[in-house]
Every structure is written in C-alpha cells, then in structure tokens.
Design a protein around this ligand. Sequence first.
Ligand code: ASP
Length: 582
Amino acid sequence: MYRTHTCGELRLSDAGKTVTLSGWVQRIRRMGGMTFCDLRDRYGITQLVFDQDQPELCDKINHAGREWVLQATGRVAERTSKNANMSTGDIEIIVSSLVVLNEAITPPFTIEDNTDGGDDLRMKYRYLDLRRDAVRKNLELRHKVTIAVRDYLDKQGFLEIETPVLVNSTPEGARDFVVPSRMNPGQFYALPQSPQTLKQLLMVSGIDRYFQIVKCFRDEDLRADRQPEFTQIDCEMSFVEQEDILNMFEGLSRHIFKTIKGIDLPTLPRMTWHDAMKYYGSDKPDIRFDMKFVELMDILKGYGFSVFDNAEYIGGICAKGAAHYTRKQLDQLTEYVKRPQIGAKGLVYARIEEDGNVKSSVDKFYSQDVLQQMKSAFGAESGDLILILSGENANKTRKQLCELRLEMGNQLGLRDKNKYACLWVVDFPLLEWSEEDERFYAMHHPFTSPKPEDIPLLDTDPGSVRANAYDMVINGVEVGGGSIRIHDSQLQQKMFEILGFTPERAQLNFGFLMNAFKYGAPPHGGLAYGLDRYVSLLAGLDSIRDCIAFPKNNQGRDVMLDAPTELEPAQLDELKINVVKE
Ligand code: ASP
C-alpha cells in the first residue's frame, strides 16, 4: 500500500497513529540535528521529521531534492511549534522508514503560489505548473461546476448526448478547423464550431431536452478570453418560448452560484439590446456599477465649440466623487481614450465644485447656465466628475465611452471580482449589415427566429427586425447566449435568401436541416454557455487559460506538445495533400 492517508488529511486527533504518506518534496531544511521535509500531494502538505539518531534515514533524506517522490512511514506527533496557516500545521510525522519512489531533476520554476516561472515556461512545463495549488484549484472548481450543471440538468430531464466531432464545414460562422479524409481524398471534415444544427436535429428526433458539455473549435484570432478549442455547456429544448428558456437557465445559474459560491442570485434583470447599447455602449454591460451614459446632443450643441457642433453623438458619464482627479490623472485618462485601440480624439471633463458650480475644460464656450443643465442631466452633485466624449459615428463613440466607463470602474474600485452582477440581454437585432461585404449577416446565427411580430418587416426593413435571441452576461462578460429557432423550413429558406444564399447553395449547405424540418420539427430553442469563461469568472481569473488544463498560447500553439507540427511526407501522400511552402 502506497499510503494510508493523504498529505492534507492528518490532524491533532490522529496523534499516535502510524501512517504512510506518499508525495512530492516541497522543501527540505536542516535545523540543528533534525531534518524537516514538507511532503506535498493534491490534498496538502505534511511535515516529516527525521531525527539524527537515525543516521541512515537522515542520509537518505539529505540526498533527496525538490520534487522527488517519496513514501514515508512514521508516527503522527503533536508539533512543538505549530503552523496555523496549514491545515496539517498542528502535527508532524516522525519518520521510521523512507522509500524513494522516484528521483526528480530540478524543476525549471518553483512549485509555489508565487512561482518564479514566467508564462512561457509555465506553459511549456504545464504538468509541473498544475502541481501548484493556485492552478490546480481552478481545475477543481471547473470539475465542481460541471457536476453542478449535470446535476441540475439531469433533474430537469435533460439527456446528455454526444454529437460527432468530425462534421461538415458550414459557412456563416467563424473559420473552421478542417481534417483531411484519407478514405475520401480531397475531401475534408470540419471540427464543429458548436453542435448547433445537430442539437436541432435531436429536437426533430423528439429528444425534447438535450445538453452536452462539449468541445467546440473556431479558427479565430486569439485574445485573453478566447481559445481555438473551448468548451460549451450546450442545451436545447422543445416546445418552448423564450420565457421558458430564460427561466430554465436562470435556474441553472442560480444552482451554480448557490452550490459553488453559496450565493443566492437575485432575479436576473433583463435589458434590451437597444438599451444596453444606449446606456452602456456594449451588448455585454458590466452592471456591477451604474455610471450610465447620458446623451448631451440637445444640451451642448450650437455654442461654437466645433468638436461638439460637428458631432453626431455627444455623451458622457458621471463618476461619483471623482472631482478630486488631478490634472495629471485627467491627462492620463485622455491619453487612455486616445490610444489607437480605443481611438477617441479627446476627452472633455467637468468637475462639480463644492458650491455646486461646474468647472469644465471647455468653459470658454459654455455659460454656467448651460453647464448646470448638463449637471442636472447627469443628476450630478458636488464632488462628482463628468467625462464626455463626442464623435462623428455614434456607435463608435459609444464603444469608446464604454471603454472609458470600464476604466473608471476599475480606477474607482467598482469592479470587485467577488461581486457578481448577472443579467439577460434580450431583443437582439436579427441581422447585422456589413458595409464591407454589402450584405446582411445573422447577428446570432442563421437558425435564429425573428420575433413573430417583426416577420412582416423581413420584406420591407430587414435591418430593424428583432430576434428571439438572448445573452446571459455576468460582470461584463458574455457567458452564454442562444435563441428560439426557426422551425419552419420555408421561413428558414427565406432567412438564407436574406443572407444572400442562392436556393442551390442553401440546399447544398443546409439541405439536411431544411429537409429534416419537413418531417415535423417541434418549436424549439436553446442556448450555450462558455464553460471556460463561466469558470474563470467564478475563479476571479483575468484569462480563461488558467482554468484549462492544457491551453494554447496566443499563436494557437500548444508549447508543451509543440503542436501543430509538420507531417511526414508519407502521411501527406496518404492524404493526397501537397504542401506548398511559401
Ligand atoms: N450554438 C450557439 C453558439 O455557439 C448557441 C446557441 O444558439 O444555442 O453560440
């Protein structure tokens, strides 16, 4: 038997017992005639003690080094100097026998919470990185979340069903990862960007309630919250309306927060997409703090300040109690919004002084009277700071103001990671016009149903049609999204037409779905959560990487496996693939 207990288990009440532990050496220190060794496993750390009157044992431990794998047997004893920071800090093991199970070379970084290893090194030796408490805890959390999800959905009658990973390439999404087929030379599978059409087919099959915790693949440029392969909690239900889905999955989030965090989520507020854009400049507003946009076109236009006079949009935020911002801080904020990633031309500010007067950076154009009108539009009070952006393109300016709002939220400490603000964003537009391609794209995906009352507008003003689509947003992160689907093959065909598909093309790409619908498709809808994002939010992480065991880097590489790699010529021949090198 390798062990009787784990390294995190023994307490004072175990004193006197003879136990065997196995684990890795965290550190070894000699003090006086004694040698102490901290032995670590997944569950914790226990102190081993070697007495000098056991020279053979002392010799053995003194030859060992960091990360060696040891098995130690001994008696549990009360420590004279206890360590209150460790769960096993009241005891130690007086070792009577020691087995070296394996030696280890010195790891490239220290296996500690505050490791000396940089990002690249940690990723290359991810298996060592995962020995660190801080990282492993995220995997434990992830495991707990998936258990909570399965538990809730199972109780609600959902069936977990696996769908294939080798599927066909579909237009209209992100770029596909493709896999060549040896048995069908020149032909390729694609890896699923999501099991969207398959889960809809399962509804045609009468499965009624489906879910799957599933890997999805998208060949997109990577950012902190994106990985080329990621995991969805993918769900679909039959005979439902939007309201049914929102209630069911609000329930899921409530269950997750309660089991994982002990938090009772309040009823989730709902915000229309239109309001989200108008008041927060984003379809995923962070509503942990207020600071809503106030539009100022009516108040500030027409006083000779050309920047505002020529603007299509003037809007601002009021940072409560931030009038103490110094000139230097305001200059830094101006620089912040002028960075190319944000792209504002400048920033106008106004402080509300103690006497209630408004002192602004554009005082020479505006009378106190006008500035007071502005102050009341914000409901601002003495001590507040108003920040204003303007621009020729309303949507662009709103996005810039959104960045400024989030930055102010950060600076004023209003984005506490331990506080959660969840909401539904609803009534998304069905379509999005692309200036570049001069065509409409589906805002969610082509299977999303328009709101029934907006269907007539499909012929006259498709851009204004609203969808039965919804996103769940937590702390400014889109954690999930879905829609009620089209279940009528003719409406689906019309949707493809609006998206610029010829009937032949639609048949070729999506014939399987439209044909299936002819055999009696139930009304259905669903959604998918991004598991990685959800877990990283619950873990308070800035990046989804640290809740993924073996993530890829920003170039889409797995630096540990060194993937992707070139193939051997024989393998390429077999696949009938000719690699042309640039
Ligand atoms: N398949 C969708 C997605 O990946 C989610 C859904 O509509 O259910 O975003």
